[in-house]
Design a protein around this ligand. Sequence first.
Ligand code: F6R
Length: 576
Amino acid sequence: MCGIVGYIGSKTDIKNALETLKKLEYRGYDSAGVAFVKRGKIQCFKRVGQINNLIETIGKKSAKICICHTRWATHGKATEENAHPIMSYNNNFSVVHNGIIENYKYLKAKIGAEKFSTSTDTEVICNLLEYLKGDTISRVIECESLLEGSYASLIIDKCNKYIYAIKNKSPMYIACGKKGTTIASDISCLNAEYFYNLPDHTVAKINKKEITFYSNGNIIDLPLCKNIHNFESNDLGQYKTYMQKEIAETNKTISNIVELYSSSNNYINENIFKGIKNVILTGCGTAYHACCLGANWIQKNLKIPASAYIASELRYSEPILDDSSLMVLVSQSGETADTLAAGELAKDKGCRIITITNVGYSTLANLADVCLPLCAGAEIAVASTKAYAAMLAVLYLLSHATSGFIKSLQNLKEICQKFNSDNISKDIVKKVINSKRVFFIGRLDDGVTASEGALKLKEIAYIDACGYFAGELKHGTIALIENDVVVIAIITNPNLKQKTLNAVEEVVSRGAEVIIITNDKSITGYTTIFIDTAIDEELNSLLSVYPLQKLACEVSLSLGFNPDKPRNLAKSVTVE
Ligand code: F6R
């Protein structure tokens, strides 16, 4: 969701900075723009749609300093006018911004609403700079102190000497190279061994040779961080889409996890749960589904009360949180705003915090007492697949922190070769495409997998889908079962197999088409995708979600969609 790249150095093609910005395309955006200074004037180019439209417009233009942005519309429609960079009312400043300025209405009124020409909250930053007095750095420092909300922003003025960066609750990284300095909102696009990670409420004044950091108006030192962001090649290789590639990388991800967590007990050890009386797991979307399974396993294996919360609800629902609570924040990106807000609440209440994330330098990783890496490598497709499997794997290990940890690692290793590599049959894809709507059902852990399967189908194939615990069908939803409805039943729990099959029979007799995902070879007479069985029943959730991810991807492709970039969705949701 929104991406920022700034470059300052020798005169270079602006296209190079835009090529770096392209590495952030996966986050989702609907317009792109760039600003730089030419003959004492700030020039700003913006285009709705793909960055390539902008690259075409820019051609061979060059500059020593430029700031670029991809915008995912929040305040104001996806138009050129609302795209960033945004110019101040006297054209002395240009700003790109990620996040939301929560007090923008108040500041706008203070500056004078007639001076504003876009519908964005961002415009308040550049107009504030224009409105304040003093040299640029004092204006930037004062401006930063007046903003409320989340922001990672780059600012340029007509002097063409510096880029100024401000930051709160939204990431911003700075990497100095031999030829110049690159600033970005996402570390994955910085090709540098060392970088600065800008803390909240810090201002940076950056020129080609040096960077000065300010906190509360005073100059401060910041440590250089080593870039251990060792993402593998982002090339598609033999695959048509990232989603297909990333699903296929699940087994590699699981073996990375086994390797890392066997090599050191710094990550998971019995001390994690010492003195803990309750565990709250929280995340959004797919990460929330991982939390649901994690809560089941922690409660069952560690006998500590554990519950999963949707992160956007958590801070309004007054959960029991104190210094004997453990909050587990689960997030692929480590930047999801709602999960961050939940983490901040937990911090205020004195809870112990674990973050399970794929991005070791993310805001959520920094917030935690312990960060557990997902080891999934770059996940480019918007829909989370291998990272979901990784979340389950790490949560499974966590649920064995106090006993049986070595065995749990062995169990995990054992499933690496068990992911069903068969293609989803054309017949099954056709059934789903021709359906009016799709219900996914299952019991206990399989019920959670049902919700995750439905989410995948909705988000990348735009098919009306819903996940239910099978026992709930009779309490309302069965009214929707008729011809042209597909029901996908997940059955991996032998104790509840017959219960789910009863629900299957009920929907068959009302005209539904049924597809079963199971490891039980004795289930016959239905269209079935058979999966392997894990030694530990809990790990069947990793094996059963795998064909559901592939199914959603195949359906999306067959309908002519691009599963990597579903409409209206962003990879990293950095606003509430
Ligand atoms: C669905 C999906 C989203 C994310 C959610 C949280 O496939 O990817 O539901 O799981 O937006 O994102 P992270 O895990 O980055 O916090």
